[in-house]
Write a new protein. Structure first.
Length: 203
């Protein structure tokens, strides 16, 4: 049955994501319980959490290209299997891409149901959701994704997070802005962060 579940989740991810998902599932087998899990898209996957935080039982379960819907399906393997005391989530940018074009309310609801089921099975888990980051619109803007829409999405996600007692929403959007765009000093390509960007995020 476990093999069937593994095959089911691997069928939901793209080929370039399969190795990452397999690594996340394998790492859970030896993870120390009651640790901290970082969960989200490429912003999380490329976050060198061990370089910024001293805790030993800290785990990066970010997956490049992830959407809010994929996070929900990855939850049993990337969060619950680790049995953490805290999970830090960052998601939303990919949902608004031309590939997916999810509605903002749908994305916010996906985050809501993710938190709801996490708290149902682990009532004491501390959930922290970080807002989507801005982009450089000259490079990464698409039909549904610009900084106005990313800000609105962040507000919708934040409103849903605040409905849960003990859950936290951290809005970092403005910390990364310069003249209405993602500060070029913080990014490698108009979306993803460089070392200086991760210094700000970690702070």
């Amino acid at each position: 049955q476990n093999s069937r579940r593994i095959m089911d989740i691997l069928e939901k991810v793209a080929d370039y994501q399969k190795d990452t998902v397999k690594r996340i599932m394998q790492n859970a087998q030896n993870a120390q319980k009651r640790g901290i899990v970082f969960f989200g898209d490429s912003h999380m996957q490329y976050f060198d959490v061990h370089a910024y935080f001293e805790q030993k039982n800290i785990y990066n379960c970010g997956c490049e290209g992830a959407t809010s819907d994929l996070l929900f399906h990855l939850r049993p393997y990337a969060v619950s299997a680790y049995d953490p005391s805290k999970v830090i989530i960052m998601i939303g940018c990919n949902d608004l891409s031309d590939e997916w074009q999810f509605d903002k309310l749908e994305i916010a609801f996906n985050v809501y149901r993710l938190i709801e089921i996490l708290r149902r099975f682990s009532p004491a888990i501390d959930v922290c959701v970080i807002s989507p980051l801005p982009i450089d619109e000259k490079v990464a803007k698409c039909r549904l994704r610009d900084n106005k829409q990313l800000r609105i999405l962040g507000n919708e996600i934040g409103n849903n997070v605040k409905e849960f007692i003990g859950c936290h929403y951290v809005d970092v959007f403005d910390d990364f802005l310069l003249d209405g765009n993602l500060n070029p000093e913080y990014t490698v390509d108009g979306i993803h962060l460089n070392k200086k960007g991760y210094d700000i995020l970690a702070e």
